[in-house]
Design a protein around this ligand. Structure first.
Ligand code: ADP
Ligand code: MG
Length: 355
């Protein structure tokens, strides 16, 4: 359990049950080569203390931009609107000096490539100890003992010996587990993990996810887990947000999303989870077609061109995110019938993009 006296500064206090992360109508547009990319078109959601929320969607849907907006790490060509509160503090428009304090204390980030987080010229032990001593009042012996404990928690064998190893001496999966160990050295209230297992092969992915779960058990942090792969969040997320064309198009409990999807797009994503025992040999099916180009104004439902059940209204009116059941919302004109449809039948096998 993290010590609140160490991790929360008084200015950042939120009430015990207030959300740790709160997006309110976030918009992000990028000026790019004479055109404007409307990357985020009004995103609102919250993450409660100790909650694990999965954010899924195909590449380009706006997942990374959403999390980078919370960290003040967007490119200079970004125009940001709306509000993002991190542990109660508004970060849209926050000066870099203030923002770096938020990043250093309340939030830890884990990216796809662990080498972006690790310095190649310092040992693993040095890097963990440095992170520990930056945030906690530990002498050298205490910090070393804690570093060994964290490496052991991350499942690194012979942690005492590995303190003197350099990042290049570790495999990709071990490096990512070290990054998780460093992330929790800060005792963050929130962890943002953007495609943390995407660069790894499937068996190693499972180990990294186990380490992430152990890290959460230890720190009681909230987690926003970003991935294009619904399979990655299956075992860990309490709630799932599905993103498409810069908006949240479905939100619900993990069970809602996996067993009662209420938009055709989620039906399609579920069909694309590779399964070892499927008769197609685990081949990845995909949702046919491509997401829209966000330099043009969106008219109608952005998924309509790819949707097997679209009607005239879908080409004319973009549906809002509306409740379809308790705690379950979806942006589809036909949500109440889609939620009744059997999974795996909406996109027939004939529509599959060949692997
Ligand atoms: P995801 O993480 O879901 O794959 P991103 O959040 O990275 O998608 O990107 C969302 C959209 O924003 C994409 O269309 C992407 O090309 C665009 N985008 C992201 N960063 C920039 C930038 N710096 N300039 C222009 N467009 C950008
Ligand atoms: Mg991304």
């Amino acid at each position: 359990m993290s010590d609140p006296a160490l991790s929360a500064s008084p200015a950042n206090d939120v009430t015990a049950d207030g959300p740790l992360l709160e997006f309110n109508n976030l918009t992000v547009a990028f000026a790019s080569e004479g055109a404007t990319v409307s990357a985020i078109r009004g995103v609102s959601f919250t993450i409660a203390r100790e909650e694990v929320v999965g954010l899924v969607g195909e590449s380009g849907s706006g997942k990374s931009v959403t999390s980078l907006a919370a960290m003040g790490l967007l490119a200079r060509n970004a125009t940001v609107g709306g509000s993002v509160k991190v542990v109660g503090k508004e970060v849209v428009g926050l000066k870099e000096k203030e923002m770096s304090k938020v990043r250093g204390t309340d939030v830890a980030m884990i990216f796809q490539d662990p080498l972006t987080a690790l310095n190649p010229v310092y040992t693993i032990g040095w890097q963990i100890i440095e992170a520990l001593q930056a945030h906690r009042d530990l002498n050298d012996d205490e910090a070393k003992a804690e570093a060994i404990r964290l490496l052991s928690l991350a499942g690194i064998p012979r942690p005492e010996d590995r303190l003197s190893s350099y990042p290049h001496e570790f495999s990709g999966g071990m490096r990512q587990r070290v990054v998780i160990a460093i992330a929790i050295a800060n005792q963050p209230q929130i962890i943002l993990a953007d495609e943390p297992t995407t660069a790894l092969d499937v068996t190693v992915q499972a180990q990294v996810m186990r380490t992430l779960q152990l890290a959460l058990d230890e720190t009681k942090s909230s987690l926003l887990l970003i991935t294009h792969d619904l399979g990655v969040i299956a075992g860990i997320a309490d709630r799932v947000l599905v993103m498409y064309a810069g908006r949240i198009v479905e939100s619900g409990t993990a069970d809602d999303i996996f067993y009662r999807p209420a938009i055709p797009y989620t039906h399609g994503l579920l069909g694309s989870i590779p399964s070892v025992d499927s008769d197609d040999g685990g081949r990845l099916a995909q949702v046919p077609g491509n997401p829209p180009v966000l330099t043009e104004a969106v008219v109608g439902c952005p998924f309509a061109p790819r949707c097997p059940i679209k009607q005239d209204i879908c080409l004319e009116v973009e549906p809002d995110l509306q409740p379809v059941a308790d705690g379950h919302a979806s942006a589809c004109h036909f949500a109440s019938s889609v939620i009744e449809m059997p999974i795996g039948e909406m996109f027939s096998i004939d529509d599959e993009v060949p692997a």
